[in-house]
Design a protein around this ligand. Sequence first.
Ligand SMILES: *Cc1c(COP(=O)(O)O)cnc(C)c1O
Length: 355
Amino acid sequence: MSRFISQRFTNLEAYVPGEQPQDKRYIKLNTNESPFPPSPEVFAAINAQEVEKLNLYPDPEGRVLRQRLAQFYGVGMENVFLANGSDELLNFFFMAFCDESRPAAFPAVSYGFYPVYASLYGLPHDAVPLREGFVLDPADYCAIGKNIVIANPNAPTGRALGVEDIEKIVRTNPDHVVLIDEAYINFGGESCIPLTGKYKNLLVCQTFSKFRSLAGGRLGYAIGDSGLIQDLEKIRYSTNSYNINRLTMAAGIAAIDSNDYYEKNGRIIQENRAYTISELDKLGFETLPSQANFIFTRSPRIPGGTLYRSLKARGVLVRHWDKPDIADWCRVTIGARNEMEIFLEKIREILEEAK
Ligand SMILES: *Cc1c(COP(=O)(O)O)cnc(C)c1O
C-alpha cells in the first residue's frame, strides 16, 4: 500500500478469489466453474463478424440479451438488469441500497464478497450466525429491518432454502431490499424469480459463470421490480455504461438460446455429486447435503488445511478457508466424472498415508 491510498481504504480487506495457478495443470475443483465448454451455439456466436464490430461500443442497454432473458423468465424487459458478473451486481446492490440507516445483513458463513462490499462502502453490517450444521433459519431474518443478502443455495455449504422460506423473509421486511443470490440455483434449488412479480423489495441475481459455463465471459443479471432495476441503472450509468462487452453479450444470447445443452450438463453434475458424496461416505467423510455444483465435506481424521495441501501436492485443487468455524472443511467443486474419480483416488492415497 502506498501512502497515497485514501484513508477510507486503509483498513479494507480485499476479497481473495480462489487460486488460478498457471504453473501446471491441476484438476480444478476450487472455484465452482463448469467442467463443460460453452454450447456449440456460443462458439458459433463469437465469430469473425462479431470480432469485426469490436471497433464499436456495445449496446449500453443490452436490449437483445435483456429481451431474451425477459422471455425466458416470463418477465418484462424493464425487470432485467445486466452486470459484468454477478459480483458487479452485488457491488451495485451495496452501493445503491445500503447506507448508515440501511445496514446490510447476511449469513456469517456465506459468499466472502458480501462483507468486502459492505466494508468498501463503510457500511454497518450484520453477519447473522447459522444454526447447528450450517443451517440457515429464515426466522433469523424475519422483520430484521435491514437490507438482506442471502445466497440460495448458500456457499460454501450447498444448503438451500425453499421458496416459502424466502417469501417469509421478503414479506416481513417490506421496507428493505432482499437480494437472493441464485448463483447455484440450477443444480437442484428452486428459484424465487416468480416472487419478483409480487414483491417490490425482492431482487434475484443469477450468473452465467457456473451452470452456463461462462465464468471467463463475466456475465450476471438481476430480475426484480422495475423501480429497483432503475436504481441499479442509475449506479451503472454512473460507473460504466458499457459494462457488458460485445463478445460476452453475443455469448450470453447464444447461451440462453441453447438451454437444453446446459440442462443436460446440469443433470450430469447432479449425478456426479451424488456419486462423489456416496464414495466420500464410504471413506468416513461427513458431507453436507448440497443443491449446488460443489460439496462441503470434512474428514474425521485429516484437518481441512492438511487435506487441501495434500490434494494440491497431488495436482487437485479444492477450496479451504483458515477461519475457525469452517477450518475442518473443504469445498469441492463437482467436475466431470473422471475428475471426481481422480479426486477420490487421491483422497484414498492421502487416507492410506495418514494411517
Ligand atoms: C460465483 C459466485 C458469484 C459470482 O459470480 P460471477 O457472476 O462470476 O461474478 C456470486 N455469488 C456467489 C454466491 C457465487 O458463488
